[in-house]
Design a protein around this ligand. Structure first.
Ligand code: A4P
Ligand code: MG
Length: 181
């Protein structure tokens, strides 16, 4: 039963990051225990972390899943590995980063997982795409996200739409496929 709704943050800033995010969105949406619900627009954001990194491509994917949060994290980490992710520097440049932003309305805190994601409320590159798909989530409210984005610490983060027709085409395909299945 696909009875959990989760929001996944997608980010990448090495190689062809848009292609990597598309591959990840498709792979997760076609996982036997997951179902596509919605995808945000695609954003370009200045890296938060060590200086001298390329800009990131960022987006948010909403899924229904039968997996629990820990099994979902396993799937996300496998997908990061497939994308050639190398873990060295914290917040360093990476081909693909997949984070569980929200999992139902659950609060999880253990050695492997913090949900909602610990940095959720501090990052425009998470909140702006989350706002795009907010109507499909039970929380946080649109008002809370929009109010938070007005905070100077977030409103000064550099972020803009990343216009790439490949993202829109892929999202349309995922939407059509999820309606027909
Ligand atoms: N972990 C705990 N909670 C979660 C969760 N909710 N989702 C643990 C996913 N993982 C979670 O992650 C380290 C450990 O976090 C995992 O083993 C998991 O058990 P990691 O992906 O190996 O390392 P990391 O990503 O470098 O560390 P961290 O602290 O997760 O970083 P973030 O928060 O993912 O930030 N700037 C821009 N503009 N755009 C970005 O997308 N991303 C980051 C990474 C930094 N700067 C960025 C961006
Ligand atoms: Mg991460």
């Amino acid at each position: 039963m696909l009875n959990h709704r989760c929001a996944i943050g997608l980010g990448g800033n090495l190689d062809d990051a848009v292609a990597t995010l598309i591959d990840a969105a498709k792979a997760l949406s076609s996982h036997p225990d997951c179902q596509f619900v919605a995808a945000s627009k695609l954003y370009r954001s200045a890296a938060i972390g060590p200086e001298g990194q390329p800009d990131y491509a960022n987006a948010v994917l909403l899924l229904n899943t039968a997996l629990d949060a820990w099994a979902l994290l396993d799937v996300l980490q496998q997908q990061e590995q497939l994308a050639g992710r190398v873990r060295d520097i914290r917040w360093g440049a990476r081909t693909l980063d997949l984070d569980i932003l929200l999992f139902n309305q659950e609060a999880i805190q253990d050695s492997r997982l913090t949900v909602p994601h610990a940095e959720l409320w501090h990052r425009a590159f998470v909140l702006l795409p989350l706002l795009d798909v907010q109507s499909e989530t039970a929380w946080p409210s649109q008002l809370n996200i929009a109010t938070r984005l007005e905070d100077p610490k977030l409103s000064t983060q550099i972020i803009s739409r990343w216009l790439d027709p490949r993202w829109d085409t892929a999202c349309n395909e995922l939407r059509l496929h999820s309606r027909s299945s």
